[in-house]
Design a protein around this ligand. Structure first.
Ligand code: PLP
Length: 453
């Protein structure tokens, strides 16, 4: 596609397309980047630039771009049975197989799947069905959800309310009632002089304090991302989740792990609840479930919750036209087959993950980097005005955006939140590509530092 075509597309885009999470007036002036092709860990834009995608699209292209098998499976399923629903006593073969596969893959007794189109819808589903779970057990007042400030659980009304992003709450009058938030673990920001273990317990205690403040008989569930992604890849201390689990059990509060980013291998384990060794009652899945090739989300419920919903819940007054869509289910099954047959998660854990961690941590030596944090294949660089102080730039976000734009010019896609540079490459990244990533990231940090003067 030549550059005239690109400009025409950009003009059409500016005239007719409102972009999510964008300042649309600013974008219209700048012009959208139009992506045209993907292969492995690389994407190409309409200008012909080849970019190493160190963000896997939006934390999702786990098996990499250009997997023909996924397209072939989708095409076969579309030809055989493009659609049927799971309402009114029906379903389709791929949907059944996927539910069984997810029950096998997810840990412990998370044995029951409810299908959605996205992570946001999955979290909406959790809000409704968990409240229903308590209500049918004669505890309708046990309806409060506790989430975390700066958490991200999607963009629908319930998803954004469960999340703790102030900017999102400001638009549309959120959060909805009976959702509360506690501070998350972010050692770089508020760990002070505490060691890892002390800080982990300190942060978990915020949940116990909040439950006691609200009354345990009012609190239905606690929801959290095992590693908080969108806000800047906050990696909690090792003991945090075990302690959260202990507190939830003590007060009979359901524990919901939002594994939309972490699931399907991101941490080097299939699920981050395995990485942190805790047992969620409910788990949110999306993104890596299809490697982003087709929209799909799911909620996994454990036996206790599912049994109550099934035996006392009556007709579930909840569902989507595309819940359990056969084409999405077939693609998810094939995606999981690829992850398993090619031992992609195991390779991340044993080989490419540790190699990436070594290279990423080395970027922490750069004068602009206050902390380089990483768990498996997800990480962040915290850009700072001076080292070793753990402090932020006064106009938070400006330097991050600058570094992101510089990286793009260097052929590298990193996301910036505030001044954190976020990393989440396709899980199939090779050692040679890790070298390329690290070299481009270092060069981008140098150029950013130079532009800052
Ligand atoms: N939960 C988490 C942890 C996420 O990171 C996201 C999206 O980034 C969502 C939920 C929402 O998923 P979706 O964008 O598919 O609605």
């Amino acid at each position: 596609m030549d550059s005239i075509d690109t400009r025409t597309l950009q003009a059409l885009d500016a005239a007719h397309h409102l972009h999510p999470f964008n300042d649309n007036a600013a974008l219209a002036k700048k012009g959208t980047r139009i992506l045209t092709k993907g292969e492995g860990c690389y994407v190409w834009d309409a200008e012909g630039n080849k970019l190493l995608d160190a963000f896997a699209g939006l934390w999702c292209v786990n098996v990499g771009y250009g997997r023909k098998e996924l397209g072939e499976v989708a095409s076969r399923q579309m030809t055989q049975l493009a659609y049927y629903n799971s309402f009114f006593g029906c379903t389709t073969e791929p949907t059944v197989h996927l539910a069984a596969k997810l029950a096998e893959l997810t840990p412990h007794d998370l044995n029951h799947a409810f299908f959605t189109n996205s992570g946001s819808e999955a979290n909406d589903t959790i809000l409704r069905l968990v409240r229903h779970f308590w209500a049918v057990q004669d505890q309708p007042h046990k309806n409060i959800f506790i989430g975390r400030h700066n958490g991200y659980h999607g963009s629908t009304v319930a998803g954004a309310s469960l999340g703790g992003m102030k900017g999102m709450h400001k638009q549309g009058g959120l959060p909805i009632p009976d959702i509360h938030h506690i501070d998350p673990p972010f050692w770089f920001g508020d760990g002070g002089e505490m060691g890892e273990e002390e800080y982990g317990l300190h942060c978990a205690k915020r949940l116990e304090d909040k439950i006691l403040e609200l009354g345990p008989d009012r609190v239905a569930a606690f929801i959290g991302e095992p590693i908080m992604g969108a806000i800047g890849v906050y990696i909690p201390p090792r003991n945090y989740w075990k302690e959260i689990e202990r507190i939830c059990r003590k007060y009979d509060v359901l524990l919901v792990a939002d594994e939309v980013i972490c699931g399907f291998g991101r941490t080097g384990e299939w699920f981050a609840s395995q990485y942190y060794d805790f047992r969620p009652d409910v788990m949110t899945l999306a993104k890596g479930i299809t490697s982003g090739y087709i929209p799909l989300g799911a909620v996994m419920f454990n036996d206790r919750v599912a049994d109550v919903l099934a035996t006392k819940g009556g007709e579930l007054a909840h569902g989507y036209t595309y819940s359990g869509h056969p084409v999405c289910a077939a693609v998810a099954l094939e995606n999981i087959r690829i992850l398993q047959d090619e031992r992609i998660v195991e390779t991340c854990k044993a080989d490419t993950g540790p190699y990436l961690a070594e290279k990423w941590k080395a970027l922490g030596e750069h004068p602009l980097v206050g902390e380089a944090r990483i768990a498996g294949m997800v990480g962040a660089l915290e850009l700072v005005p001076r080292k070793p102080a753990r402090e932020f730039f006064p106009d938070r976000g400006r330097v991050g955006q600058l570094c992101r734009d510089v990286a793009l010019r260097n052929g590298l896609i990193l996301r910036a939140t505030n001044d954190s540079m976020l990393l989440s490459p396709p899980l199939v990244i090779t050692r040679a590509q890790v070298d390329e990533l690290a070299e481009k990231a270092w060069k981008s940090l140098d150029m950013t530092a130079k532009e800052l003067g």
